[in-house]
Design a protein around this ligand. Sequence first.
Ligand code: HEC
Ligand code: HEC
Length: 245
Amino acid sequence: MSNGNGMAPGQVVKVLIGVVVFLVVAIWLLAKLATSGFNVDAEVMTKEAVAARLKPVGESVASDAPPGMRNGEQVFKGICISCHGTGLAGSPKFGDAGAWAPRIAKGFDTLVQHALGGFNAMPAKGGAADLSDDEVKRAVAYMANAGGAKFTEPKVGGEGGAALDPNVAGKKIFDSVCTACHSTGAAGAPKFGDKAAWAPRLKPGLDEVVKIATKGLNAMPPKGGFTGSDEEFKAAVEYMVNNSK
Ligand code: HEC
Ligand code: HEC
């Protein structure tokens, strides 16, 4: 009595038992792997997993500065620190000159490119898509400098602190700070776009209006509560004024 494979029934049974035992052991091992944390390292290292874990951090950057206005230190402490603070996932650790030297040797532009676009396990913009390119540049300079580089951190508000574009810098500040009162007219604030409300205020000229608003006026707090530079505040006033006359 033999089947088509030339095996006796007894042998077939033994082979079948062997297969079943093998499967049971394999499933048990897989289950153990899945629940015991053996696979944590592999999971931690994937770009997606790391980025996903950090997403909430990137979305709630703790800083007083309005969007686009954070300096390198603020961006680092809000975003990059989650990996670079400890060297997570093989990232060059903050302040570790040995880890940073070969990176710095690539030059500022390359590092910025990698920080903006991503590089292996380094996600684009550290996973915080809301960072402006300049904010990322500042953070790269800040981190690299702490690791021994002598890069110039791009100034908040553009090259050399030159006059800021009201439609860019000014709008950002308006949207994050001034809008609270000036969009609604709260507390008697002249409303954005309300020519009649603004005309009498603008008579003394822009510089005088900026001066008054910087000091504060009745229910208008000094600088409207904005904590950034005078240039930035002026850009916000200009943005509001340009759109209200
Ligand atoms: C999710 C973790 C993570 C976050 C968050 C993160 N990085 Fe990285 N970063 C890495 C890793 C990992 C590397 C190393 C990549 C490699 O060399 O393979 C790296 C490398 C870099 C490098 C060196 C690139 C090069 O060419 O050698 C720069 C610059 C950098 N990061 C900037 C930043 C900045 C700026 C931020 C914050 C805006 C940031 N990183 C946030 C993980 C992170
Ligand atoms: C808490 C509410 C509030 C916020 C926030 C606020 N303002 Fe005002 N602002 C006012 C009020 C109220 C007035 C009118 C004060 C008055 O005339 O008694 C005013 C007036 C002004 C004026 C006119 C000053 C003048 O000479 O008549 C300017 C300019 C101005 N605000 C700019 C800003 C800017 C720029 C921001 C954002 C950075 C801002 N404000 C944020 C309440 C606010």
